[in-house]
Design a protein around this ligand. Structure first.
Ligand code: GUN
Ligand code: FE
Length: 415
């Protein structure tokens, strides 16, 4: 049982209810059993004085093998991939290297209050397996894919379609659905790094096994030009994925900056979700996604750090960048909407609509406890949580009611 200031995202709308002095009860199965105001005669002291308790953050787009190249200012996108990313990703041929970075990566997630993430693994099967193992050991929740590439990168990163799909099948068998926390996600890196054959086989695998698909879509104008040249039969970028069976209700597209209105309509009609990665978009000079284009069409949106193009594992930094991006796009959003996207919105974008991202009975007790000033008005509190760039790491983090970081500051053990 936890007592404190609770922030409770609405299941369906980008709204957050605040309970100034709340009580949250967690069952043996790690699910929330009760939420509400603490009774007047409540004997339990505040669990984390000076902090708020909210659902854990969901990182809708992050690259495991880029953990150590955060902040490499070699953009724009295609040059940055060549100069900074591919050389680092080659190092994941070593399982020992991958194991060390997997530890650092998971540590960074937990430190920032991220309890669930959609992760691009290595293009190497063994390094991706090592990441699954570390996520499992930590008790985190994630969708993870082996990053598929069979062209457009150094040979050590390329795996042909037969071998790659066989490796994915093995990872699915080993990890998909593991402990109800881990899932495999089919992950063609982007159109330019995949032959039509690999895209088709990836689409078929996702279909056959009922898997989520994640990829990059319409991030950078040079990328758009090269993609049009590589796939001359496609009328636009989205059609490359549509025509290979990769655009559907279990697809998660990152960036979506330069989509036409028609492409947005088709993303909505397909029921696909979007990972909005504004900090990365600023750092690589990619542009600003129009959040309004998604919300007007009821497209599910999560927020992604996109580490290592994003400069931090902190979803709160991404929230701040998303606000700036919305100003530039001429349609300002709010801290409340962005905090919702970083929690409940991300859960829905990852297809975890049932049971994740709300503080309600029946939902998973995946929680982040973060320091917050005592501000009377809800809006002022949301602003402080969202926009103060000096945000400290999460004070405590729980997945399924189990403490991954920190301790209860006062009062009895969590029961
Ligand atoms: N497009 C293809 N690969 C990548 C990547 O690793 N990061 C980003 N931001 N965009 C990509
Ligand atoms: Fe990315």
């Amino acid at each position: 049982m936890l007592r404190g200031r609770l922030l409770c995202p609405d299941p369906a709308r980008p709204k957050i209810e605040r309970i100034a002095d709340g009580l949250l009860t967690i069952g043996d199965d790690g699910r929330i059993t009760a939420v509400g105001p603490a009774p007047d005669d409540c004997a339990l002291p505040e669990s984390y004085p000076g902090a708020v308790i909210l659902p854990g953050f969901v990182d809708a787009h992050v690259h495991f093998p880029q953990t150590r190249v955060i902040g490499s200012a070699s953009g724009p996108l295609l040059r940055w991939l060549e100069r900074s990313v591919f050389p680092e990703e080659l190092r994941f041929q070593s399982v020992r290297y991958a194991a060390v970075v997997a530890w650092e990566f998971c540590e960074a997630l937990v430190r920032h209050g991220t309890t669930c993430a959609a992760i691009y693994g290595s293009s190497h099967e063994a390094a991706t397996d090592v990441l699954f193992q570390e996520l499992d050991r930590r008790g985190l929740r994630a969708l993870v894919g082996m990053t598929l590439m069979d062209r457009g990168a150094p040979p050590g990163l390329l795996v042909g379609a037969d071998e790659a799909i066989a490796a994915c099948e093995r990872l699915v068998d080993r990890w998909h659905g593991h402990d109800g926390r881990l899932g495999f996600c089919v992950t063609p890196r982007f159109a330019l790094s995949c032959t039509p054959e690999l895209l088709r086989r990836a689409g078929r695998l996702a279909d056959a096994r009922g898997l989520y698909v994640q990829t990059h879509l319409s991030e950078n104008t040079d990328e758009l030009r090269h993609t049009a040249a590589a796939f001359p039969a496609a009328r636009d970028y989205l059609e490359v994925y549509e025509s290979h069976g990769l655009a559907g209700p279990r697809s998660l597209f990152a960036h979506c900056i330069h989509l036409s209105d028609g492409e947005w309509d088709r993303v909505a009609a397909a029921g696909s979700a979007v990972a909005h990665c504004p900090d990365s978009n600023f750092f690589l000079g990619s542009g600003c996604m129009r959040l309004r284009s998604a919300s007007e069409r009821c497209v599910r949106v999560g927020l992604g750090t996109d580490v290592g193009a994003g400069r931090s594992f902190s979803l709160r930094q991404v929230i701040a960048s998303a606000y700036d991006a919305s100003l530039i796009a001429g349609a300002p959003t709010t801290a409340e909407e962005l905090l919702w996207l970083a929690t409940r919105g991300g859960a829905c974008a990852l297809g975890m609509t049932a049971g994740l991202g709300c503080l309600r009975p029946g939902f998973e007790a995946d929680l982040a406890v973060i320091d917050a000033p005592e501000i009377a008005g809800a809006e002022g509190l949301f602003d402080a949580l969202a926009f103060r760039r000096d945000a400290a790491p999460a004070r405590a983090v729980f997945v399924r009611g189990a403490l991954l970081r920190g301790a209860v500051a006062a009062g009895p053990e969590v029961v």
